[in-house]
Design a protein around this ligand. Structure first.
Ligand SMILES: Cc1cc2nc3c(=O)[nH]c(=O)nc-3n(C[C@H](O)[C@H](O)[C@H](O)COP(=O)(O)OP(=O)(O)OC[C@H]3O[C@@H](n4cnc5c(N)ncnc54)[C@H](O)[C@@H]3O)c2cc1C
Length: 400
């Protein structure tokens, strides 16, 4: 029996919608399968805004991918007319030796990225809402800013559909298997069983269930985004005057936040970077508690005294962390002929979404990519306990 599709994409969140778009645009017959509806709030790609930046403190190896992601985000806006990226500038703040400042500077220097170093006085002068301590400095990047995650996913789903992809929502994958001898894959849902030459798995926080044979110890983390109405109103917080920011305190705690981007009453969003609680998509507590709001307000007020005026709302989201917080983006080592995976984005994946789509299309259609993805090979994370099973015809791809 010949496969019904060239490629099946599991999960149509940030990464999966990008993959479906790039694959369909290259002429592949694509089937996308998504557990929830289009552009939903149950995973990792909601909440109105995501920081984007190029002076990447995590590792300079990400910078070439970011440069390409910026191009692809601009194309996505042009071709759909949806507003996605606003480059309002960004400050990475902390002591000079902090990871946030020193790491950002390392990437800026390595790749010769435009940036300015500001002392605390200059930060206060340019951005009067920010009150760094006298011994803190900032790397300012004019090309940092924010992305609109919901518009991104909607734009990618639109382009995928226009290019001929079949996208099935409310259709969860219950099990998948790679067929022996590189003869493709079989994917099961409550509705049907589908076959394809290639499978691309973009499961977000469901990685432990869908990729239990990958040998990676994922940790899913509950995260909270908080919106506050600043004391004195949002005037000084509008994106024309206010940058995105990441601030690291002397204890290594990072917070990040945005200008007020949702008009009057929308407030400004701020969050802790990491420091979440371990959860699963099934047991995640979606209620945000008063002590959590208080902790956020207290930390935010240390940098932005006027921000936590009035609490407006808080929303939860999930990170899927790998042990070293670098992504997993590769052919599946146990099924190298037919299965490609994109997961473990560890709370910093959104700014890469369209370039991940391009890489997934490369890997699924040609088995290789010209993009530098060596850092993201799952082999680096293989533990003795989670060592890879030999390539069996029906390795466990079941959802528990
Ligand atoms: C609070 C928060 C703030 C963040 N801030 C930033 C930031 O500022 N900058 C940044 O770059 N990144 C940020 N991130 C990280 C970024 O948003 C994520 O890395 C990215 O959204 C992950 O996309 P994804 O496609 O892997 O996951 P998702 O978008 O969650 O997509 C996974 C999809 O798979 C589907 N699925 C799962 N199991 C099945 C199944 N069995 N069958 C069918 N479908 C299935 C899910 O329903 C979901 O739609 C943040 C994340 C959070 C939570």
């Amino acid at each position: 029996m010949s496969p019904t599709h060239d490629v099946i994409v599991i999960g149509l969140g940030g990464m999966g919608s990008a993959a479906a778009h790039h694959l369909a645009a290259r002429g592949a017959r694509v089937l996308g399968l998504e557990k929830f509806g289009p552009v939903h709030r149950h995973g990792s790609s909601h909440g109105g805004s995501r920081v984007t930046r190029q002076s990447y403190f995590e590792d300079p190896a990400y910078v070439p991918l970011l440069l390409r992601a910026y191009e692809l985000y601009a194309e996505l806006e042009r071709s759909t007319g949806r507003p996605i990226a606003t480059l309002c500038g960004g400050v990475m703040l902390g002591r000079p030796e902090s990871r946030t400042v020193a790491g950002s500077l390392r990437s800026a220097r390595t790749w010769d990225l435009p940036h300015e170093m500001l002392d605390a006085r200059e930060v206060r002068r340019r951005f009067p809402t920010l009150a760094p301590a006298a011994d803190e400095i900032a790397l300012y990047e004019a090309r940092a800013g924010f992305l609109r995650p919901e518009n991104t996913v909607a734009a990618q789903l639109q382009l995928a559909t226009q290019a001929g992809a079949g996208l099935h929502f409310q259709e969860p994958v219950t099990r998948w298997e790679a067929l022996p001898g590189g003869r493709g894959v079989r994917v099961h849902t409550p509705e049907d069983t589908y076959t394809a030459g290639q499978l691309v798995i973009c499961p977000g926080a469901w990685a432990p269930a869908l990729l239990s044979d990958l040998g990676v110890a994922f940790t899913v983390e509950r995260q909270i985004m908080h919106w506050f109405e600043p004391t004195g109103g949002t005037g000084p917080y509008v994106p024309e005057r206010h940058p995105v920011y990441i601030w690291e305190d002397t204890g290594g705690v990072q917070i990040y936040g945005f200008p007020a981007i949702d008009g009057p009453g929308g407030g400004a969003k701020v969050a802790f970077f990491r420091r979440g609680t371990v959860c699963t998509p099934e047991n995640v507590d979606r209620t945000v508690h008063e002590d959590e709001v208080r902790a956020m307000a207290g930390q935010a007020a240390r940098l932005l005294p006027s921000l936590p005026g009035r609490h407006l709302t808080s929303v939860t989201c999930m990170y899927t962390n790998t042990p070293d917080e670098h992504f997993v983006l590769a052919r599946h080592p146990a099924h190298p002929d037919s299965v490609t995976v994109a997961c473990g984005f560890s709370g910093h994946g959104f700014k890469f979404v369209p370039v991940v789509g391009e890489i997934l299309a490369d890997l699924a259609l040609t088995g290789r990519t010209a993009h530098p993805v060596e850092l993201f090979a799952p082999g680096r994370l293989r533990t003795a306990a989670g060592s890879l099973a030999p390539s069996t015809p029906s390795a466990p791809g079941g959802v528990r």
